[in-house]
Write a protein that binds this ligand. Structure first.
Ligand code: G3P
Ligand code: CA
Length: 225
């Protein structure tokens, strides 16, 4: 049962910050989940929304700012928006990194960064899993490098996700936990896929999905899993 910290340990520190990912490591998480967009100058930026409005003291779309400009905005008055490289260096192979592709154009950049860390820093493909609700970007990822593990995100329909997972030879299916029951979890696993639901936070919901024997849980409070 993998304990995966959603946007870092989001229940305890501001989401998608170095501090949230450090907290996830401190809680002995088996993995972290994060979201990525591109800056105007092509850096991979770890942030959930298309804009910086909700999480920082700035306003505007992430992909209209350079990295230097993005670094000038603050989260909770003190933290900076991190890059994906910074998170890789913080984690330093201590746990699985689930990278959710949000922004257009992120797939080739993320694939190149993963390949660099594998070639130069001795990381392994198993240290990563790329997911997205945008299945075109998952197909693009799989074509760029079929060795990179892929998780199919779905909030709608397990059967369609299962068919797509088979088509692109994914490693996992990441469903909204409310879509799950013991039968469909077993069906996905029998076809060879890990089942990693999100975002499961209450003790009651955690117990429920555990009873379905999922392979892991993505949670804001991974310590409760
Ligand atoms: O990866 C699962 C979950 O993070 C998807 O939803 O909106 O939190 O990115 P969201
Ligand atoms: Ca996410």
């Amino acid at each position: 049962m993998l304990k995966i910290a959603h946007r870092g340990a989001k229940a305890y520190e501001p989401e998608n910050t170095l501090q949230a990912f450090q907290k996830a490591l401190d809680l002995n998480s088996d993995g972290i989940e994060l979201d990525v967009h591109l800056s105007a100058d092509g850096h991979i930026i770890v942030i959930h929304d298309e804009t910086i409005d909700r999480t920082t003291n700035g306003k505007g779309e992430v992909n209209t700012f350079t990295l230097a400009e993005l670094k000038s905005f603050l989260i909770d008055g003190k933290y900076q928006i991190p890059t994906l490289n910074e998170i890789f260096d913080l984690v330093d192979k201590k746990c699985l990194i689930n990278i959710e592709l949000k922004g257009l154009g992120t797939a080739p950049k993320v694939v190149a960064l993963i390949e660099e860390y594998i070639a130069v820093k001795n990381w392994k493909y198993e240290d990563f899993i790329i997911s997205s609700f945008d299945w075109n970007m998952l197909e693009e990822t799989s074509k760029l490098n079929p060795k990179i593990p892929i998780g199919i995100l779905t909030e709608e329909d397990i059967e369609t996700a299962l068919a797509f997972a088979e088509k692109i030879k994914a490693k996992a299916i990441h469903p909204d936990f409310q879509l799950l029951n013991a039968e469909n979890v077993s069906e996905m696993q029998k076809k060879g896929f890990l089942v990693l639901p999100w975002t499961v936070n209450s003790e009651e919901d955690i117990q429920k999905v555990k009873s379905y024997k999922v392979n892991g849980i993505i949670s804001d409070n991974p310590d409760k899993i």
